[in-house]
Structures are given as structure tokens and as C-alpha cells.
Design a protein. Structure first.
Length: 348
């Protein structure tokens, strides 16, 4: 036991020496630790500086639904008229949410807002995306844009004199042209590209106020691909199973663009819903008018056949004969009273 204690006491100084050596071994490399911290901080700052922020834009909407008290529909009125088999039953909230999330509706919004064309300011670092603030508006029809094999890059150089140099790149194809003033058109194999001065009230820089050379690049994508991207970033869900209130949220790099997309999405949804209701009402009116015409024709034919039958068997109009009989009876009663009065006078 005494020998073991002596061995433990002798081992303690060795452990202390080992720890000191270990610490010293790391401390002599302190410049590397400091450099690592500086590099990490710089990398984080650079990432935050260069990375494009993504915002979440949301809105709450009320979807009309008969089952949950949202409002009456055309189909319910037709059911009261006994025409429930002519149209389908009223849609529920889940169906309407699927309509809002449909790619066809998103494509309509993309085309209306021209979202398949994006702009970037090449003069700033990092490159800044321009939404409704580009001094130049580039236009290509959605049909032509859908036929693009690859995204079209339109590089524009705005001169202080008002002229503009344009270079269009589609895959390996390149087109170059210079315009003295705007508006202008640029025919290409992929379609005719039009250029306009942006008159939007949100535009901060107009072409006529350019004092130095500016470099603006527009990118034209296929509307179907852009619509697919928006549907993937779009989220629509009911707040609960007992209500007809839904929350629409969209992730986008521009809050203004996200708000415009949701507003236009709801606008186009209401327009399409009203068009569907008007179409149902029109078809219902046509159906009712058609049935009324058929019934009227059948009634007219029946009355004509009845009249012909009466004439063929010598049966006159009973109502007319009854009227004539009543008139004759009244005349007879009048004559009888007059004769009775004369007889009474003679007797007297």
C-alpha cells in the first residue's frame, strides 16, 4: 500500500507537466486561431451581403362555401328548382384551395404582371434586382416566350444622349443593335422584342434623366416555368376544418412582387369564378327557355288537336253555348215578367 501511494504521488507532477505542454502546444498557434475567427466573420458578412434575402408575404381570405356558411351558390338555387342534375354540386373549401394553387391560374397571374421578365442593375455590387424600378421595360409575347429553348438575356447600355445599345443572347445565338430613341422593336428568330421607357410611378430613374452610362440586363424566361416556380413557393391552407378562411403565403425575394402576385391571384380567381357563375346562369336560362318553348309547343298542339276533334264530331264550344243559354234564359225571364205585369193590369 505504501509503495502504491508513492507511485501515485510521483505520477501527479508528470500529469501536470503533460497538461502544460499540451496547452503550450496549442497556444503557440494562436495566430491561426485569430485568423480563423477573422475569416469566419468575414465569410459570414460576405454571405449576408451577397445572399438574396427571401421574404414571406401572406394574406387571409374568406372562401365562400355553402356547407360552412360562406354564402349561397348558384347550384343550391338550382336544386330548389329541381335542376340539381343539370349542374354539379357546390364546391367546398378544399376544392377552391386547389383552384387557387393551380398552375393555370398562376400562369394567368405571371402573364398579367409580366413576371416572366426580370431585371438586374449591373452597375451595383452586389447586383441588385429591379422590380418596377427599371428605367426600361422589355416586352415579349407570352406565346413567343414559351417557345424559347433557353432563357433570353437582354443586355442594355443606356447612354446619356438617349441612345441605347442592346445585345440579345439566346443560347449560342447573339443579336446586337443600337437605338437612337424609345420605343423601339428588335426582331429576332425567337420573336420580336419591344423596348419602352418605364412610365410607372415607382420608377426612380427615367431614361431621360440618365447622366452616366447605365447597364441594365433583362432575363426572359418561359411563363410556364415561372408559373411552376411560383406554385412551388405558394402555400394555401385553411385555418381550421370548421371554417372557410384560408391563409395564402408566398416566399419571394421582393415583398412588393409577392404582394402583387397574391393580389392578382385573388383578382383572377374572382374573375374566373364570376365567369363560371355567369356561364352556368346563361346555360340554365337557355335550358329553361328551351323547355318552356317545348312545353308551349306541346300545349299549342294539344289544344289544336282538341279543337279539330270537336269539329269533326260536331261538338261546339260548351263554354260558349252555356253563355248563350244564360243570355237567352235572362231574356226569357224578362219577357215573362213583362207579360205577367200586363195580365195583372188587364185583370184590374
Amino acid at each position: 500500500m505504501i509503495e502504491e501511494r508513492k507511485e501515485q504521488q510521483g505520477a501527479q507532477p508528470e500529469e501536470q507537466i503533460n497538461i502544460q505542454e499540451l496547452l503550450f502546444r496549442y497556444l503557440i498557434h494562436w495566430p491561426w486561431f485569430v485568423a480563423s475567427v477573422v475569416i469566419c466573420v468575414a465569410a459570414a458578412w460576405g454571405y449576408l451581403r451577397l445572399a438574396t434575402p427571401v421574404y414571406n408575404v401572406s394574406a387571409t381570405v374568406l372562401i365562400k362555401d355553402d356547407k360552412k356558411g360562406g354564402g349561397a351558390s348558384m347550384s343550391s338555387e338550382l336544386e330548389k328548382m329541381g335542376l340539381d342534375g343539370f349542374v354539379s354540386s357546390s364546391s367546398n373549401v378544399d376544392n377552391e384551395i386547389e383552384v387557387l394553387k393551380s398552375k393555370s391560374l398562376a400562369r394567368e397571374v405571371v402573364e398579367r404582371l409580366n413576371l416572366f421578365v426580370t431585371y438586374k442593375d449591373k452597375d451595383e455590387f452586389p447586383v441588385r434586382e429591379l422590380y418596377r424600378t427599371s428605367p426600361i421595360t422589355v416586352s415579349l409575347t407570352p406565346q413567343e416566350a414559351d417557345n424559347l429553348p433557353k432563357p433570353m438575356e437582354v443586355a442594355m447600355i443606356l447612354q446619356p444622349s438617349g441612345a441605347m445599345d442592346v445585345q440579345i443572347t439566346v443560347g449560342e445565338k447573339e443579336y446586337q443593335k443600337q437605338f437612337d430613341k424609345l420605343p423601339a422593336v428588335f426582331p429576332t428568330d425567337e420573336g420580336t422584342v419591344a423596348f419602352f421607357a418605364n412610365s410607372d410611378t415607382l420608377t426612380s430613374v427615367r431614361p431621360d434623366s440618365v447622366t452616366t452610362e447605365r447597364h441594365i440586363t433583362a432575363f426572359i424566361h418561359r411563363p410556364s416555368s415561372v408559373a411552376k416556380g411560383y406554385t412551388n413557393s405558394l402555400s394555401i391552407a385553411a385555418t381550421s376544418k370548421t371554417t372557410s378562411v384560408a391563409v395564402i403565403s408566398l416566399n419571394n425575394s421582393s415583398t412588393r412582387r409577392g404582394k402583387d402576385f397574391i393580389d392578382k391571384l385573388l383578382e383572377m380567381y374572382n374573375i374566373n369564378a364570376n365567369n363560371d357563375k355567369n356561364e352556368v346562369a346563361q346555360k340554365t336560362a337557355e335550358f329553361i327557355n328551351e323547355r318552356i318553348g317545348i312545353i308551349s309547343k306541346e300545349l299549342g298542339t294539344t289544344e289544336q288537336d282538341l279543337e279539330n276533334f270537336k269539329r269533326s264530331v260536331g261538338i261546339t264550344d260548351l263554354s260558349s253555348e252555356a253563355q248563350i243559354a244564360l243570355t237567352g234564359n235572362a231574356e226569357y225571364e224578362k219577357k215573362r215578367v213583362e207579360n205577367q205585369t200586363q195580365i195583372n193590369l188587364v185583370k184590374d
